[in-house]
Design a protein around this ligand. Sequence first.
Ligand code: ISL
Ligand code: CA
Length: 536
Amino acid sequence: MEWWKDEIIYQIYPRSFQDSNGDGIGDIPGIISRLDHLQELGVGAIWLGPVYRSPNADNGYDISDYMDINPEYGTMADMEELIAEAKARGIRILMDLVINHTSTDHHWFRRSRDKNSPYADYYIWAKGDDRGHLPNNWTGFFGEDCWEYDPERCEYYLHLFAKSQADLNYRNPAVLEEVKDILRFWLDKGVAGFRCDVINLLWKDSLDNGKRKLALTGLEHYCSLEGTHEILRELRKVLDEYGAYTVGETVFVTPETARDLCAPERKELDAVFSFEHMECDQYFIKWFKRKFRPKVFFDCLVKWQRELDWNSLYLENHDQPRSIPRFGSREHWKESGKLLALLLLTLRGTPFIYQGQEIGMLDFDFTRMRQLNDVESKNVDRVLRRFHIPRKLRWKIVSRTSRDNARTPFQWDAGPNGGFTTGRPWLGVNHNCAEINLASQEDDPDSIWSWYKDLCALRKEREVLRRGDFEALETGDQVFAYRRALGEERMTVVLNFSDRPAQVGYTGSLVRSNYPREGFDGALRPWEGVLLEDGR
Ligand code: ISL
Ligand code: CA
């Protein structure tokens, strides 16, 4: 039935959505209490960040029990209630499937330390050489090397992410069977599918040295390899028994490699999250920022629209800074927030809205390293310190890219802690919460929130916005224009990504503008976006 071609998906970062018991940590009962918000927005599914048992070295992306709930977030009964309450509102739940690695607290890992245990080969163990060198020269995603010595087993284990996230060994067929059990466990509980964490890294072809690079040396030995495709096809058989949906988080994919992961006939994933449009303001990795150039961004979006028949769409998630200061303008907060919404909700694909995006939340406004929680930020700061980078520059690099930018608690109202908690929040609430919060936008028909609601409803109403073909009309230094077409229906989107006005030649009857206006005469104000209709 391909419901994901008609629905919008909302991403919840559980730790920061809504606290229900005053311990400062968002939780499942908190999410249940806010389901009406999501129903009002008009979303058809939730991608729920990891809520499994976890020591939280990487906020749940380090799982110690896949079939249990982190007590900080609630109980299994709470989780079952969430699934049922969401269903009652027509909202599906997608779980976050983190199977490239487990926490080193997982009982598989603890027992894997013993070479004679049945779990001995669940992870990627290797010996260093005689001179005490690491097994190879690979470097990990969080800026450090990716081998850790285990004194009990007297070997190193591979961790592409944090030290306590040990990579699973998919050469061992037992591991894949375990994963199938995890899938069945959650699908039997009624979840509708999974967002699959770094899913194109599962298969490592060898542990040979990699080509030396500034970052991620070794990538060619584990990124999007045939072994991974085989695993995905195996898992798909289980998923198909339930008609489940999967979107894979896939790093370093091109349209070609993405197609191999999600073209329908290959029976692997239903969609991927590609990163290319998130990389237009950086050199190779995110620590090296460059100026955002709209044209590069537009061309990238167009390329992906053209090359894949269907894919996921997103401008924000829990790993990326907020989109308004990045692709829009703080000075034109409301207009550019609405413009980005218009973009997200009129492209072809499944739109994902990240919590807080619908009210225009901005990057965190911390001033000191110790206010940050993100394991990645801390690692990178440590690495930069090792290279004697001065504190001020370190802070500049880390603060602009820290994943905590988008992880601050949801700003529900202007009360203490933005209505997120009555206690002390686990991560600071942005100081702008008196101005930017849901309550202040709810009764305002001109707010970012009202605009999101309106566009979600419009997309529901107009099939051309969901299923229509995409055709690029213009990718300029400032203006992006494209058309959606289905049968006789035509809709044109014209977006001005600039503080300066623009003049364009597109015509049609005005359906929406993020400024008050009657008809459309081709003159766009700063950060104005219009949706036009013709040929109906
Ligand atoms: O943050 C990143 C890009 O800006 C990446 O390096 C990120 O770590 C990568 O995209 C993988 O992300 C996923 O897996 C990680 C976890 O920390 C992230 O939160 C998750 O989205 C390890 O499980
Ligand atoms: Ca709580």
